[in-house]
Structure formats: C-alpha cells, structure tokens
Ligand binder design. Structure first.
Ligand code: SF4
Length: 117
C-alpha cells in the first residue's frame, strides 16, 4: 500500500506492507511517519467537519468540527447525530455540540448572529 504522510509539509511517500500482524513502513523521514502509517492501516482518523442547521440566524448553517481526530468509522454516527440538531441563533464560535460525546466532542467554528428585529 502506498500512502502520503500529511503530518508535515515534507509529504513523504510511504510504502506499507503488512504480513499478519507485522506492519513495515519505509519512505518515512521520521518516526511520526511510521506511527501515522500504522494508524492509517489499523484505524484511520481525521478531523471531522460538517455543518449544522441554524434557526433564526443570518446564516442557515454553522460550520462545525471535531476537537480531536476521530476514527473514520465514527463519521456516520456523528453525521446522523448532527443532522438531527437545529441550533437556535445566536450561535457562538466554539459552542459544544453533542455534550455527551466526550471522546468525539464537536464544536462550532463560526458565529451566527440572530436575524435583527
Ligand atoms: S514522515 Fe515525518 S518528515 Fe515525512 S511527512 Fe511524515 S512527519 Fe513529515
């Protein structure tokens, strides 16, 4: 498997081979690249981003993201939970969505003022 490490601007091309539980990585210029490749093969993670509906705001949607990297397998669950939400304006940047999801906390990344009047 070929991967590109995106942990720094070097963008090293990684070659990953896996035999049973032994994963070997080459092409990395530092140890972080090896850890990245193993993570990518065993449990890939990304920062999760999407939008959430806003009622009564000057924008109909607010952008949100996870605070930390989230396993990609969790994305459908997060998307379903956030699709069920509709925030009430005003919305502040940094507002916590899904407060019960301690490990996969999602926050707003923009403010949405209420419609004046
Ligand atoms: S392997 Fe190391 S040097 Fe290469 S892109 Fe990843 S973090 Fe940067």
């Amino acid at each position: 498997m070929e991967l590109v490490c995106f942990l720094c601007p070097n963008g090293c091309s990684l070659a990953v081979t896996s035999k049973e539980l032994n994963i070997s990585v080459s092409g990395n210029q530092c140890k972080r690249g090896q850890e990245f490749a193993i993570q990518e093969v065993t449990c890939p993670q990304r920062v999760f981003t999407t939008t959430v509906r806003v009622a009564g705001g000057v924008f109909p949607l607010a952008s949100v993201r996870s605070r930390e990297m989230v396993p990609k397998a969790e994305f459908p669950h997060l998307l379903a939970a956030l699709n069920a939400l509709c925030l009430e304006a005003p919305v502040e940047s940094g507002q916590i969505m899904l407060p019960d999801a301690a490990e996969n906390q999602v926050i707003t990344t923009m403010s949405v003022p209420a419609i004046p009047g």
